[in-house]
Design a protein. Sequence first.
Length: 343
Amino acid sequence: MWDEGLQTAILASGFGEHWGLMQLWPLILLPLAVLPWVLQDKLSFSHPALQGLPADPLSVWLERSWKVAASLFILALSMALTGPYLKSQMIEKVGRGAHVMIVLDRSASMNEPFVKKGDVQARLPKMQVARNVLKTLVQQGHDDLMGMVTFSTSPILAAPLGTDRAFVQAALDATEAGGMGFTAVARGLGMALDYFADQPVTGARAIVLVSDGGAHLDGKTQDMLRAMVMRQQASLYWIYLRSENGVSLKQSLGEDENIDAYPEYALHEYFQTLNVPYHMYEAENPEAVLAAVNDISKLKNKPTRYLEPVSRQDLSQYAYAMAWLVTAVLLGLTGLELKRWQT
């Protein structure tokens, strides 16, 4: 019966699940905490009539305080020697931000500049401009969960959705190698949406697509992508890096123009039918890309809950601090003790 009650009490305290002890042998020192109450080591003074001494309540309470302090010292030192600690755990925090998956185009066309003639900034490769600006987006999202998928012919998970911004920054640095292949945008979006599947909906969700081109999607792919977007409740932001001779998505096509000849326009039209918040940013230069990212940072600044990992925390320092504090109290009380009788 006593064993079952002790086991229940230990489990209820969270021992083994939330906290633990490095070693158990110092626990045998705990019973020594009763010694100050058992031992009688008082100074004696000769006096003709003890009953004639006046009552001294202050001395009685000081003696009790000394015993309490001595017991606390033994308890604190014993617990410090056990090495108590809190186990690593996930702590829920509330901030302002979103769950963001960056989907970055790494096709060969991203190695080209916005324009072939003009100032130095305008002639930077679109991949370099996108990389530098996306780093700003990652730095601004203090409470965001962020991840990244890159795609060309096939998608690649560059950084899983989480709070590790250094991981995402490193993934962006890895894009310096340049791109290749063609634009398989549907595969990239599909992989990014998959990483929302295992996450609870604790804040706004956003897909940030950065691409300079589009792709024709067949009916089956369109239906599958539409279902995934609606199921994951994700907003879609497309930063369209328009090339010098690229089609403008802000203008309507002429009656004699075939939409099949403009995959970017066809993709833009399809995105508007997804029944989720969608916004397209047409960027023709590095300044426009930066403005689009800054606008996205404001749009996704909503309350969000997320889990943050906390490493194991050593608690012995608090027990040692208690032992030192009690030691100071004991020294003070010892200084108040009467060493010889004064008449």
